[in-house]
Write a protein that binds this ligand. Sequence first.
Ligand code: CA
Ligand code: CA
Ligand code: CA
Length: 397
Amino acid sequence: MRIVPLLAAFAALPFVGCDFLVGEEEPRAAERLKTFELIVEDASDANAFEQIYGSSRVPFATITLKSVSLQNTYTLVADSTGTARLERAISDDYVVTARRPLSPDEYEAVFGFASPHHTLVNASQGIVELRADVADPLTIRLDDIRADAPLLISEIYACGPPDAGLYYHDKYVEVFNNSDSTLYLDGLTIARVYNSSYLGLNYVDDSEFVHSKTVWYFPGDGDDYPIEPGEFVVCAEDGMDHRINAPESVDLSGVSFEFFKNDAPDVDNPGVPNMLMLYQSSGYDWLIGGEKEGLVIADMALDSVIWRDDQILVPISTVIDGVEYLDDVTELDEKTLYPGVDAGVTGGIEFYTGKSMERIVDPTATEFRLRDQNNSSLDFTVIEDPTPEWHYTQGDQ
Ligand SMILES: [Ca+2]
Ligand SMILES: [Ca+2]
Ligand SMILES: [Ca+2]
């Protein structure tokens, strides 16, 4: 936003010499900043707001817009008529997240029973185009009512440490209990999103299933592995002190779980419980991409797995959370994870830099909770060092 102070300085000058006015930069900058009107509409199958209030307009929705070009973020709240104004912004593509929590009473008015923790969201409209030469207001459609995810993927560390050649065995995924209740990890699955540029396969538009060729699950039979509210749990590729092999890496010898592939020459730390493999089509260990990957955590039925060819189909209705990262965060057309699960991407990290991706704190929560708008472009930040089972805002551990 370098443009705004420039304009402010410009406006503060009552008289400016003509030479300055005809200079190229200032007028062009002024033309680029516009005000856009946005209208928020309920497009859900339930027609909730039409039913409750007699109008499909959604009052008091929170809208977050992130400029794809500038990577800056605006947060707006619609007024009582479901209208919001984005001021002093450029014509651009914007990653959009709009959400309106439903009160238990509103939920009951539509579905017949009161239930907390439901939010009307924009599931299928992940990017909007704001153009200065279009006069009509832009309609943001909220088309899905979601149960807010109790369990989140809070961090993904994947790129490998610096100064250790091609060492990459210190990768991990971290999950976090973002709810107010004890949850159980038993039987939940962690799946990689499958795609193949070589075969021309990309299932990003499949609104029914996440396609995977790497599916692991937590051990236990229902109540063996609790995770308390506000607790982090790391699932590491190998639960060991990686500083032995790579001084700039991280100690994962005391984490909660490790992926142990018992049909491969993998390392099994007996002190770290093992994730169990449901299916992995290749490789000597659980492995995720150093620069790009999609991961989901799901509560799918392990006894009635759906197969298609050599892929497991994870029903999106069972997905609790999903996160995608790319080497270039502006290349949203490279996405492989359905935008209804994750409308954006985090990442932008190069191999062997030791950096990690972690969810940011939810500024609206009264307790320590992490932000989840189903949009990793907005919900995640890149951190300099991994933070296994803690958060970067909690200082050095
Ligand atoms: Ca392993
Ligand atoms: Ca082990
Ligand atoms: Ca962490």
